[in-house]
Design a protein. Structure first.
Length: 332
């Protein structure tokens, strides 16, 4: 393949996705992420567009609400945000997650853990560490070298001894511009936030791959599914930006590609905290889908609708596709 052919493939091969959890209907914040990921796909390659997929992240079954997935599909259709293929359901993909975990275990990247949350808190308390509000305590590595006779509860990824599956010197220029791993620090370039860095071992510690309740952890499922669906571009809320380095580590350990990332602004409630289903965010009012989409577009820094014109849904979406291309679709 010549350099020109490779450049064209890099530009035209676009697979994006929106991956809601069916724990309730979409709210204003989740519509921002849905609209942003849809616009990014449609604006790609000078408006010729890429493909936009939908994935229901329904592995956390205790939190899933019956009928919520179908309602989310209806809400997206009402807003004109239609996927280019039937939705994928994580609850049907357990064999893929087990295969990935088995690979990590065989490579020495994953180990069983006997610790409960209280065990982790007690270990930090013994060292005089206080937990900041909303912060998660890094895993102290208690079971990294053995369970000491205790029964295993979960499986964790060993961040302290991780080496990239492929030497960084062998990465192509596009990958090297997207991320790097050196001395335990993952650095990556976010298309909106710019250069980012995190030392995963000290910031997070060895993170969970399979939970104590037997359910699959988000970090593993999202990496496996993005790889299986050949996702090239991830557009999601800014609250997930600090998950990116963990996912890059897993991608490298499993030998799969690292997508390009763009993290969008968040919609916050009156208390200044991010809108979420957990804190009671109201379901989208879609009596006027154009108004709901206009609010989401404003959060994304896109132009408002012209009140002097009667805007149709396709016209409004077309205008925002063009605006997105000018605002966000530079080099990735």
């Amino acid at each position: 393949m010549t350099g020109g052919e490779g450049a064209r493939r890099a530009v035209t091969n676009y697979l994006g996705r929106f991956a809601p959890s069916p724990t309730g209907p979409l709210h204003a914040g989740s519509l921002v992420a849905a609209l942003a990921s849809w616009l990014d796909a449609r604006a790609w390659n000078e408006g010729r567009g890429g493909r936009w997929l939908l994935r229901m992240e329904d592995v956390d079954t205790p939190r899933c609400v019956p009928g919520a997935a179908e309602l989310i599909l209806q809400q997206l259709a009402t807003c004109g945000l239609l996927p280019d293929a039937p939705p994928v359901w994580q609850s049907e993909r357990g064999a893929l997650y087990q295969q990935a975990l088995d690979q990590l275990i065989a490579q020495g990247h994953a180990y069983p853990c006997a610790c409960s949350r209280k065990d982790i808190e007690d270990a930090h308390a013994a060292q005089g560490h206080d937990r900041a509000r909303h912060a998660t305590l890094p895993y102290p590595g208690t079971c990294r070298h053995g369970l000491r006779g205790r029964p295993a509860r979960s499986w964790r990824f060993n961040t302290t001894e991780f080496k990239p599956k492929y030497p960084l010197a062998l990465m192509d220029k596009a990958q090297a511009a997207t991320f790097s791993i050196a001395n335990g620090t993952v650095r990556w370039a976010d298309r909106r936030l710019g250069p980012q860095a995190q030392h995963v071992a000290s910031a997070v510690g060895d993170f969970v791959l399979r939970r104590a309740d037997g359910l699959w952890a988000y970090q593993l499922t999202v990496v496996v599914d993005d790889a299986a669906q050949q996702i090239t571009h991830v557009v999601r809320g800014e609250d997930l930006a600090d998950n990116t380095p963990r996912q890059i580590l897993l991608q490298q350990a499993l030998g799969v590609a690292t997508p390009s990332y763009l993290h969008t602004p968040l919609v916050c409630g009156a208390n200044g905290e991010k809108l979420s289903k957990q804190n009671g965010a109201a379901a989208l009012d879609l009596d006027d889908p154009l108004q709901a989409l206009g609010n989401a577009a404003r959060t994304l820094g896109l132009p408002p609708l012209d009140p002097s014109h009667k805007n149709s849904l396709p016209d409004a979406l077309g205008m925002w596709v063009n605006a997105w291309a000018r605002t966000y679709n530079g080099p990735s």
